[in-house]
Design a binder for this molecule. Structure first.
Ligand code: HEC
Length: 140
């Protein structure tokens, strides 16, 4: 191989490396992932979620106990939502304890579940893998 073609290959690779670096560092990570919904009330709710150990019976993103349902998208599920969540926390059921929380605690927990809902979808059923390696849920 001539020196000219070696240099050509070398400099082509250098240019590709620079272009790739610029693309990687200037795009791809600007998704909100619900951060703007992590209000101080939602943070309070996260602490309550830990304090009352909701995860012992419930899952978030499929992880947790399996006695109760996954709570990741309860907030946005048609037929469920804010009042539905509050009713469960306030009253409990035959299988879920009534934690006797006050209104502030119930509101915080609901704000936390609203935040969780904005961070993604669980279970992921219909997804596509993008050219840059990220995964998106179809229709979301
Ligand atoms: C001892 C287990 C247990 C614990 C602890 C528990 N839950 Fe539940 N929860 C359940 C069960 C079981 C259900 C399903 C309703 C039923 O079968 O009675 C449920 C239902 C729910 C629902 C309705 C979900 C849906 O999609 O229908 C919400 C919301 C909920 N729980 C929130 C909470 C929160 C918040 C906590 C923590 C403060 C909590 N739960 C702690 C057992 C539990």
């Amino acid at each position: 191989m001539s020196t000219i073609s070696k240099r050509l290959i070398f400099w082509s690779l250098v240019v590709l490396f620079v272009v790739d670096t610029v693309v990687i560092y200037s795009s791809g990570t600007e998704e909100d992932l619900g951060k703007s919904f992590l209000t101080s009330e939602a943070k309070e709710g996260k602490l309550l979620f830990q304090k009352y150990n909701c995860i012992s019976c419930h899952q978030i993103y499929g992880l947790g106990g399996y006695m109760g349902p996954d709570l990741t998208n309860t907030y946005s599920t048609v037929g469920k939502g804010e009042l539905y969540i509050k009713a469960f926390i306030q009253n409990g059921t035959q299988r879920m304890p009534n934690f006797k929380m006050n209104d502030d605690e119930i509101n915080s927990l609901t704000a936390y579940l609203k935040y969780i809902d904005k961070t993604g979808v669980s279970p992921v059923k219909d997804f596509r893998i993008n050219a840059n390696g990220t995964v998106t849920q179809n229709g979301r």
